[in-house]
Design a protein around this ligand. Structure first.
Ligand code: SER
Length: 390
């Protein structure tokens, strides 16, 4: 199944069961939210999970783009992405957890064609405050899906306070059949979907209050699901990344982690720009600046003459269309190239600084930190010798 088919299958399944699609989906959270970017599908729905009536009703479905700044330094490995998408469904005080699990099972089996013998679930086993999630355990037993009980791994919250609750995660076996072990003992069980029984609100003192209405909040990472359905080793190999991987690897010779960083960061930068952010020294703009400069650092480590001007429209247009962003490509390209120009100027100004420090002897760790923290000159470019000559 390609990405479009997966998205259509997911949205249609929930629409047929009375869910309304939430509009929007921007990375920029609603006004008043202190967080820089939307971090999960439920994030923009927090007030409604806490009890406010939603204008679209009590059954919702959405595809939400997300960005977790805490993950930025991990991008480059095979699993982390800067911008990723979450498929989500919500019952706002409507149907219960067991119904959500049953629909989840049905969609994975009949909609996405995953054999039930490849499924495993985990369920909240209870702790000092909240008891075992017996309803979920019972539901999985009726469906014939094996269950592992855990504590911390099966409790979901968006932060230290706010709506939270026990969850049940669905894993798919990705090794050769037959499956063995359990999700906590064998990494070939890959988590695809989390169903949270959002029944509580946590207060500052750590106490839990029962919410007036019990909700269900589910989230499934699109790229993770595609990796499983398309039988790939990582999200980068799925069709959603294909235009980037093909174009970037054709343009610039990069090692594997640098290729992933370049594809991920350029694609993410396009989405962030498309949501109205421009590079700056603070907040969201600073995250965007870091994405573009980290890309350029990876490109220039080998050859500083490389330029984003060589990037064709195709991958940029593919991403803008995929995320349904209504904008021309010209301002996106302009933002990327303008930031490249600023970064080049910064490095140009940094060269005499580096030469001066070098004339006093080999650069110390302290010199490298100073260049990075005070002047924004990346360690990789200093250590790689690209700033050696004035
Ligand atoms: N809130 C849960 C998550 O982000 C399910 O949507 O995993």
């Amino acid at each position: 199944m390609n990405t479009t088919e997966v998205l259509t299958t997911f949205l249609d399944f929930y629409r047929e069961r009375g869910h309304q699609r939430v509009t929007g989906g921007s990375l920029v959270p609603p006004a008043g939210d202190p967080v820089l970017f939307t971090t999960s599908g439920m994030h923009p729905l927090t007030p409604y999970l806490e009890g406010r009536p939603h204008p679209l009703g009590r059954r919702l479905v959405n595809v939400q783009r997300c960005l977790r700044t805490t993950d930025l330094d991990d991008v480059g490995d095979s699993t982390h992405l800067t911008v990723f998408e979450m498929l989500g469904s919500w019952s706002l005080g409507d149907y219960s957890g067991p119904q959500s699990l049953r629909w989840g099972y049905e969609l994975l089996r009949d909609g996405f064609g995953i054999g039930p013998d490849r499924l495993h679930a985990t369920v909240f086993g209870g702790d000092g405050q909240v008891g075992l999630d017996a309803e979920s355990l019972q539901t999985w037993a009726e469906l014939g899906v094996p269950v592992e009980l855990t504590r911390e791994d099966n409790w979901w919250s968006n932060g230290p306070t706010g709506p939270c609750g026990p969850d049940s995660e669905i894993f798919v076996w990705t090794g050769t059949p037959p499956p063995c072990g359990t999700p906590t003992t064998d990494r070939r069980w890959v988590e695809v979907w989390n169903h949270v029984m959002m029944r509580y609100r946590r207060h500052v003192d750590g106490s839990l209050e029962r919410l007036t209405k019990s909700n269900v909040d589910t989230g499934m990472g699109l790229e993770r699901l595609l990796t499983v359905l398309q039988d790939k080793r990582s999200g980068y190999e799925c069709d959603v990344f294909e235009p980037w991987l093909r174009t970037v690897s054709g343009l610039w010779d990069l090692d594997e982690p640098s290729l992933r960083i370049t594809c991920d960061h350029l694609r993410s930068a396009v989405v962030v720009i498309g949501d109205g952010i421009r590079p700056s020294n603070t907040g969201r703009g600073y995250v965007l600046r870091r994405l573009i400069r980290r890309t350029l650092t990876a490109m220039w480590r080998v050859d500083p003459s490389r330029t984003l001007a060589d990037l064709p429209d195709e991958p940029v247009g593919h991403t803008v269309a995929h995320f349904g962003q209504d904008l021309d490509l010209a301002p996106v390209r302009h933002a990327l190239l303008d930031e490249e120009r600023r970064f080049r100027q910064l490095l140009h100004r940094g060269r005499p600084l580096v030469s001066r420090l070098r004339s006093a002897g080999p650069l110390s760790e302290e010199d490298i930190s100073y260049l990075h923290e005070t002047h924004g000159i990346p360690r990789e470019l200093v250590v790689g010798g690209l700033l050696a000559d004035d």
